[in-house]
Design a protein around this ligand. Structure first.
Ligand code: C5P
Length: 208
């Protein structure tokens, strides 16, 4: 059983993916963390983000169990991740690792940008989770403030739009809804309603 969840930054796809995995007894992989882990290692070494040979080397030695969301969640690492995400060779290696995870029993929920289109095109269920840029920026701002960090709505909104643009316009595996993905627009939903809607989509797909 493989559930593929894609969508733009701060759409709520990560929370939904984690909760769906718990609900259906599956494993969960936030594939954004794989790009973030490689970006963080390049930043830590002071190496240029365009150095694909080094990025590939880091990716080949990536240990999924060691990826720490708290450490990798900074804005700087997110930006750097979206810059290295345009490197085709690096993507192929990360996709290989992500597929290995997805195909290990009992199956998994993967979230990212290209899960339904590239990583798991034959997933049992595909969802494209989205929300208006304004709603996403507001949620991200609230989240940062609730963690005790400073946050400015206008600059969060600008950052999200810039990252969406880069992720959707790149030539390799751009962010887009797979033709057979269910669209889940959470602009007007709280997390509980979004979760219920997502569970419904999976259950309908399982029984069809
Ligand atoms: O989802 P998250 O914000 O952690 O992802 C960081 C960056 O990694 C994204 O902006 C995107 O450029 C890249 N990414 C990707 N493909 C994925 C997951 C993330 O290109 N499957």
């Amino acid at each position: 059983m493989i559930i593929a969840i894609d969508g733009p930054a701060a759409s709520g796809k990560g929370t939904l993916a984690r909760r769906l995995a718990t609900h259906f007894g599956l494993r969960h992989l936030d594939t954004g963390l794989t790009y973030r882990a490689v970006a963080a290692a390049l930043l830590a070494k002071g190496l240029p983000l365009g150095d694909e040979a080094v990025a590939l080397d880091i990716a080949r030695n990536l240990d999924l169990a060691q990826m720490d969301k708290t450490v990798l969640s900074s804005h700087e690492i997110g930006e750097a991740a979206s810059r290295i995400a345009v490197l085709g060779g690096l993507r192929s290696e990360l996709v290989r690792i992500q597929r290995g995870f997805a195909e290990t029993p009992p199956g998994a929920v993967l979230d990212g940008r290209d899960i339904g289109t590239v990583v798991c095109p034959k997933a049992d269920v595909k969802m494209f989770v989205t929300a208006s840029a304004e709603a996403r920026a507001l949620r991200r701002t609230d989240e940062m403030i609730s963690k005790g960090n400073a946050a400015d709505y206008a600059s969060v909104l600008d950052d999200l739009k810039r990252r969406d643009e880069r992720d959707s316009q790149r030539t390799v595996a751009p962010l887009r809804k797979a033709d057979d993905a269910h669209l889940l627009d959470t602009t007007e939903m709280d997390i509980e309603s979004a979760f219920k809607a997502a569970v419904d989509i999976v259950e309908r797909a399982m029984h069809s």
